[in-house]
Design a protein around this ligand. Structure first.
Ligand code: SF4
Length: 512
């Protein structure tokens, strides 16, 4: 499969500002139809999981397990490596995407791989593994249905658990018809049958299976994969080599922790009590076993994650990739994943993308939030996403080493990446289309911050706003500088005629 159109699409998107990408997404009727359906359904599941009394204790315990890992991440990784190696698994460590790609390419060359089948893995998207393998002449076939769809469309995933969420059934039928060389009906069952038939021969002839890792338990050395289609199991049991790419934070201390984390993940992601398949892998094929790979490699991927430890951004490493924050985010629900122009989208992507890249990518993404807090509320492991977004906005505008470089692993030079806040000019608000508007916004918010830092300044301006709200019609306020763009399509609530303090004082006078 040729990668050029993907690159061309990405370059086109990269030339557009976040505001332009968002506008383009909002004008796409197909996208709006698909997004509305899926995010409403998934968002309802995430919200139901949050309010379910059974989930309260599970959320608390899940959050505690994730933070226990982060308190000694390097120690847990060392212990996991020892355990995996004792089970005949080869462990590799990669400081960043380039080293990770070279490790997988090295394994593929050594094993003479011509065809690789892949289970859905955001970590491999993150390191752009497919393009690297295809550059070596290796055919790579995505086997998750959603990933297969977007591979045919030559696009990036637009959601971390539903990569083709932006596609409607007729669009999928058109893609599959082109691949089949004949017209296929707009029928889900027929389209799934086509994909199943196409992928089966690939599973049987691939030399390498590539997967991610959902969790890796230290005490038993178990790699855990969560899927709903069974393709993960085919990728890990049929090819003679299995490579699992594991972001470092996926380690968990104990096998029994899965009793908390697995239902937490599936319930919040899709509403399922448990996913259809949970694969637990404890090594390559042993003598007497009928399936499984002859060789199993696990690759620990850092990519700036360890540099977040001990910083306010450490919390982001608790993420279990459930996708719930995307589904409830009013921005994601309107613009979808591609407008973020990044592997990870939605609130978690808006935080993670600048952090993983050391501030060189996605510097405008923290602005893609209304800060309503729905993401923080729904997050099953208690990541304060809205707080992190606010902090990142400030850190990315004020150059400075917000995130220090991670200590390199022995024998691994860290890949070049500047600290957050040091990568060139701040991008400004997505609504800033000219240097003048950017400067005006900066000065305006700077003055506002100074005035509101003082109680007197706050009271005076609040009184002025109340007065203005009574005098000026709503339509006029919408045309005021700074809010004219923001006010399009939004309600701008007018200040109350009397302040809270004034109302409280009169209540007290009334003897209330
Ligand atoms: S940040 Fe929280 S809600 Fe969002 S994907 Fe990660 S775990 Fe799920």
């Amino acid at each position: 499969m040729t990668p050029e159109p993907v690159v061309a699409e990405a370059q086109t998107a990269a030339r557009l500002s976040l505001a332009d990408r968002a506008r383009r997404a909002i004008e796409d009727e197909h996208l709006q139809t698909a997004l509305a359906k899926v995010t409403a359904a998934l968002g309802a599941e995430g919200t139901a999981a949050r309010t379910d009394p059974d989930m309260v204790d599970r959320r608390r315990r899940g959050a505690a397990i994730r933070r226990e890992v982060l308190a000694d991440l390097d120690g847990w990784l060392d212990r996991l490596q020892t355990k995996l190696e004792s089970r005949g698994i080869t462990v590799h460590r990669a400081a960043g995407p380039e080293e990770a790609r070279q490790i997988v390419l090295g394994i593929a060359r050594e094993e003479g791989v011509r065809l690789a089948v892949k289970s859905k893995s955001m970590a491999t998207e993150e390191i752009h593994l497919n393009a690297a393998l295809e550059g070596e002449g290796i055919e790579v076939v995505e086997t998750d249905l959603g990933e297969y769809i977007i591979q045919l469309a030559r696009e990036m995933p637009s959601h971390i658990i539903a990569p083709a969420v932006h596609k409607t059934v007729p669009q999928v039928a058109a893609l599959f018809s082109e691949a089949a060389g004949e017209a296929l009906p707009n029928d889900r069952t027929a389209l799934c049958a086509f994909a199943r038939q196409r992928l089966r021969s690939k599973f049987l002839s691939a030399e390498m299976g590539i997967t991610g890792v959902n969790f890796a338990a230290v005490d038993t050395g178990t790699i855990v994969l969560v899927t709903n289609e069974g393709n993960g199991r085919m990728c890990t049991s049929l090819p003679r080599v299995h490579v699992a790419v594991m972001p470092v934070e996926k380690v968990i201390p104990r096998f029994e922790d899965l009793g908390v984390l697995l239902p937490l993940l599936t319930r919040t992601a899709t509403g399922q009590r448990l996913s259809t398949y949970v694969s637990m892998i404890t090594g390559p094929r042993r003598p007497g076993e009928v399936d499984g790979p002859e060789k199993l490699h696990v690759l620990f991927l850092d990519h700036n994650r360890r540099s977040l430890l001990g910083t306010p951004y450490e919390e982001m490493l608790c993420c279990i990739r459930c996708g719930a924050c995307l589904n409830v985010c009013p921005v994601y629900r309107r613009i979808g994943g591609h407008a973020y122009d990044a592997v990870y989208s939605g609130p978690m992507g808006a935080v993670l993308t600048p952090l993983l890249s050391g501030g060189t990518e996605g510097r405008d993404l923290p602005d893609a939030s209304s800060l309503c807090g729905a993401c923080s509320e729904v997050c099953p492991v208690g990541i304060p996403l809205a707080d992190l977004l606010v902090r990142l906005r400030a850190d990315l505008r004020d150059p400075g080493p917000a995130v220090p470089p991670a200590a390199p692993w022995p024998g691994h030079a860290p890949e070049a990446a500047s600290a957050v806040g040091e990568a060139g000019d701040a991008p400004g608000h997505p609504g800033d289309t000219t240097p003048g508007s950017r400067a005006a916004r900066r000065i305006g918010f700077g003055v506002w911050a100074r005035v509101w830092a003082s109680p007197t300044g706050y009271r005076l301006t609040a009184a002025a706003a109340r007065r203005l709200g009574q005098l000026a019609p709503d339509a006029l306020i919408r045309k005021a500088p700074l809010v004219s763009g923001w006010g399009q399509g939004r309600d701008i609530p007018l200040p109350a005629a009397r302040s809270f303090r004034q109302r409280l004082a009169s209540r007290k006078e009334e003897g209330w």
